[in-house]
Design a protein around this ligand. Structure first.
Ligand code: ADP
Ligand code: MG
Length: 391
């Protein structure tokens, strides 16, 4: 969607809901796809996401009251709450908790809120591992900063959005999603050290290759419970490693030799979880290296290895996703394909030669539907820019 069309679209929605008058501002924040580095963020490790062309748009205006009114265009629902009382979690209109959470965390930072009208809409597939939730938080905080004029630096805003999701929404996610949504840059992917939050914008020079995302259309209910279980298993493994090697403060610090040396102390499941995290960090570094040499073939192979590790060692894939990956790899011109996001459904990300695009889409559409009965959504996205005020 063109920028001015997007702005007009959300402004019209706002005006229909809250009236025309006054100065309406508009923020945007993108979803993301993680190219490599899965389940490493909460282990202080490395990730390599890029921002997508898909985004959340938020339009807002002060309303000279103590009331916040929020309209979700996609759900066609409104919530309203007073700032005279503490902001509460909403059991019914759960979409509102992402915005409520951000406002609560701003209050905790000492920001004085005021009444405002907010309308938002998005085109990021929801609940598919492309981080519509982080985009919603980041678009909200960017809007709030413009409307209220407080001074908080971007990295702090990123952490604030993560806290909103961890503490208010109750999803124990790492920092990656909010970080890339805020800091992404057009034509670049972002290498992030999740410990120091040092980052590097890396030009994504894909030449004749493309990034393709396939949405499986499934989201298995185990996501949250299994996610928390994985985190605990990482903690268990870390405790053993740290007992022998005190310099290991997170799995990011561990080497495969160290894990191997202690293998007999590990239960096999925890061993495999740690193996995934340690090798995945290595793969992120190696794939960055490959990219800097223009070696996309190796980059694709690291993506493949990442998937296999997530499937076999971390066990966060599922039959539908494994099928998408297998079908992708059957197409000539596909350099790599893997699950992306938390797991148990959601999306795959593939690196393919542009000339293979038509065959790729046809092969996946036909065979995925035959086996699963689900029509997969297939998206091509370039690396988009991060959050901004656009009007
Ligand atoms: P993901 O971040 O992978 O898309 P989540 O479950 O973390 O999945 O977040 C999805 C939730 O975010 C939705 O269920 C909804 O509550 C909220 N959300 C995302 N996009 C929108 C939107 N366009 N309109 C309303 N709510 C949205
Ligand atoms: Mg999310």
């Amino acid at each position: 969607m063109l920028k001015h069309e997007a702005i007009n679209g959300i402004k019209n929605i706002f005006a229909k809901t809250f009236g025309e008058s006054g100065n309406i501002i508009v923020s945007r924040a993108p979803g993301r796809v993680n190219l490599i580095g899965e389940h490493t963020d909460y282990n202080d490790g490395f990730v390599f996401p890029m921002a997508l062309d898909f985004q959340i748009l938020v339009a807002a205006r002060k309303n000279d009251s103590e009331t916040v009114r929020i309209y979700s265009s996609d759900f066609d629902q409104t919530v309203e709450f007073s700032l005279k009382q503490p902001i509460q979690y909403d059991q019914e209109k759960r979409w509102s908790n992402y915005l409520r959470g951000v406002l609560v965390m701003l209050q905790e930072k000492g920001v004085k809120l005021c009444g405002m009208d907010i309308a938002f809409q998005g085109n990021i597939p929801q609940g598919s591992g492309l981080s519509s939730s982080a985009a919603l938080e980041v678009a909200t905080v960017v809007m709030a900063q413009k409307l209220l004029g407080f001074k908080i630096e971007k990295p702090e805003l990123v952490k604030l959005c993560q806290r909103a999701e961890n503490k208010f929404v109750g999803m124990n996610c790492g920092i990656m999603d909010q970080f890339i949504s805020m800091m992404g840059e057009q034509g670049h992917a972002l290498f992030l050290d999740c410990r120091s939050l040092d980052y590097k914008l890396v030009p994504l020079e894909l030449g004749d290759c493309r990034i393709i995302i396939c949405q499986s259309g499934v989201k298995h209910t185990l996501v949250d419970s299994e996610y928390n279980k994985r985190r605990q298993e990482c903690e268990q493994g870390l405790a053993i490693l740290a007992r022998h090697f005190p310099a290991i403060k997170a799995l990011r610090d561990a080497k495969m030799e160290q894990l191997e040396a202690l293998k007999s102390e590990f239960n096999p499941v925890v061993y495999r979880r740690c193996k995934h995290v340690i090798t995945e960090d290595d793969r992120v570094l190696a794939s960055m290296n490959a990219l800097s040499r223009g070696d996309l073939k190796s980059f694709g192979q690291f993506m493949n290895a990442s998937h296999d590790s997530l499937r076999d060692d971390y066990e966060v894939s599922c039959p539908e996703i494994d099928l998408l990956v297998r079908l992708a790899r059957e197409v000539r011109g596909v350099l790599g394909s893997r699950i992306t996001g938390g797991g148990f459904g959601g999306c795959t990300v593939s690196l393919i030669e542009a000339k293979a695009e038509a065959e790729f889409s046809e092969h996946i559409r036909k065979n995925y539907q035959t086996t699963t009965g689900i029509i997969p959504q297939i998206y091509i996205s370039t690396a988009a820019s991060g959050a901004a005020i656009i009007a």
